[in-house]
Design a protein around this ligand. Sequence first.
Ligand code: OAD
Length: 242
Amino acid sequence: MLIGDRAEWKGRAMEHIVILTGAGVSAESGLGTFRDVDGLWTKYDLADVATPEGYAKNPDLVLDFYNARRRNCVEAAPNPAHEALARLAAAREVTLITQNIDDLHERGGSPSVIHMHGEIMRALCASCGHRWAWQGDMSRADTCPSCAADGTVRPDVVWFGEVPYAMRSIGDAIARASLFVAIGTSGAVYPAAGFVAEAAARGIETVEINLEPSDVAGQFDRRILGKASETVPRFVEEVLGG
Ligand code: OAD
C-alpha cells in the first residue's frame, strides 16, 4: 500500500537523505522485534533487562539476555533491505541512523552507521566509560582492559533512562536533510520517534516504510506499507531512478 505517489512529493532534490531504521528492518533476518505480537517485550519485562536499575538488581539476567541477543546477531545475515540501503549510500549522501544494536547494516555493506542505541558487538565499562569491540558471551568475571576494574563490563547498549548516542550529529544531519525516511520502527520510543516531527518542522520531505502504520504515522508525508525486504529495495530503486 502506498499513500502519496512520487508526483505529489514537494519536488526537492534528494541531496542528503537521512534514514532511521528500527527492529523491523532486521525482522526478516530472524532477529525479533520488540512490540509485535511475539516481540521481545512480550517475553521479557523491559524494566528487568533494559534499564540501569534492572542491571543493578540482577546483572546475570541482563547479561544472559544480551548474550542471547549477541548469539542471534552472529547467526543472522543481512536481508535485501540492508543491502538496498547500502546501494543508496553508494550513490547518494546518506546519514544512516539505526536504533538496532545488531551489525546487519554494516554487514549489508553500509559504510557508516550511527548506532544511537549502541551495539551488541561492543562492550562498555560502567566504571571508566571505556568502549571496545566484543565477541562471545559476557559475564561478571570479565575485566575492563582500560581501568582493570572487575564486574563493571556491560554491553555497550543504551538502556531506558540513558541518553542515546550521537544526538548532536543526528540533529545536524536532520537540519541539512532533504529527505527523511523511517523504516521498520513503531514510533514508540523517543527521541527517535520525534525525528519525523523535527524533519517536518524544517519542511523536509518525510516517508514511512513499515509493515503497519506506526504510532507517529500521521506525521509523515508518505507511507509505504509492506515487508522491508520488498519495500526498501523498491523505494531505493525509485530514488536512484529519479
Ligand atoms: P518495535 O518492535 O517497537 O517496532 C518494530 C516495527 O517494525 C513495528 O512497527 C512493526 O510493524 C515493523 N515490522 C515488523 N516486521 C517488519 C518487516 N518485515 N518489515 C517492515 N516493518 C516491520 O521496534 P523499534 O521501533 O525498533 O530500544 O523499537 C525502538 C526501541 O525500542 C528499540 O531500539 C529498543 C526497544 O525497546 C532499547 O532497547 C533502548
